[in-house]
Design a protein around this ligand. Structure first.
Ligand code: SF4
Length: 257
């Protein structure tokens, strides 16, 4: 399908969704008129980049869902986010990744501000980095921001990547990463995050989430076949051990800085 046809389909979908919304009295779910014009496919670039930047393995999930996303896949597998020939995708991804890192830094600062303790080999480095990372209150991104974002991401050791799947923040430093990033990589391979990495940081919130996840995993264990139940319990146990390790080693921000 060509771009024009896709754009027409998007508009058709909007019209259909709005008709259905009104027919069922769901006026709050109507897709509002966009002041910037039609919602063409070119405007999805930042939406896709948002998912890639904020979900470990988001790129892979998107590539599976949209088989045609070779541009992005090729770009990421060259260890950074893009080859030179694909600057468009690279700058959008860098912008979203930098914004995601700034959000992660802001969240870390907020958690520490409410008295949460921090653990992990990179805890001190992460707190220093979080204190120096600007907070982005809005999302208006001028053209010049792409270059700044790329320069920001190239600063090894101070960029914070949220990794909700591993219940940690990754203060990415190439030399201490266990996920085997390529030479010159500016981003971790979060989907291959490994326990014991020197870039790990956890807050009390992560410990809570680890325990909640352990409870969820264990719930079906009693009704599952024995080998499956054993595996589920063992996984839940590993998560609780990690949470316990946080509890016994975590320190306040004052003690760490
Ligand atoms: S292994 Fe280390 S560097 Fe890689 S994602 Fe996990 S914490 Fe980050």
């Amino acid at each position: 399908m060509k771009k024009h046809a896709l754009n027409v389909r998007v508009e058709d979908f909007v019209a259909w969704a709005n008709r259905e919304g009104e027919a069922h009295g769901l006026t709050d779910q109507v897709i509002a008129q966009d002041p910037d014009g039609s919602i063409g496919v070119s405007r999805f670039r930042r939406t896709l980049a948002w998912h890639i930047a904020r979900r470990p393995g988001g790129l892979i999930a998107l590539a599976i869902q949209y088989g045609h996303m070779r541009t992005v896949l090729d770009a990421r597998t060259s260890s950074g986010y893009a080859t030179r020939g694909r600057r468009g995708a690279r700058s959008v991804l860098d912008i979203e990744t930098a914004l995601a890192a700034a959000d992660t830094a802001a969240r870390l600062r907020d958690r520490v501000a409410v008295g949460e303790n921090v653990s992990g080999p990179a805890a001190r480095r992460a707190l220093t980095a979080a204190a120096q990372t600007p907070r982005f209150e809005g999302r208006i991104v001028p053209k010049t921001f792409a270059r700044k974002a790329t320069a920001f991401l190239a600063r090894d050791g101070v960029v914070l990547y949220d990794n909700p799947d591993a219940f940690l923040i990754c203060a990415f430093k190439r030399d201490t990463a266990l996920c085997e990033p390529g030479p010159g990589a500016t981003a971790p391979r979060q989907y291959d995050c490994r326990p014991g990495s020197g870039n790990t940081v956890r807050t009390d919130a992560h410990a809570r989430q680890l325990r909640e996840r352990a409870d969820e995993i264990e719930q079906p264990a009693d009704h599952a076949p024995t080998p499956v139940g054993t595996r589920l319990r063992s996984h839940a146990n590993r998560l609780r051990v990690t949470a316990q390790a946080h509890d016994t080693t975590a320190q306040s921000a004052e003690a760490l800085t």
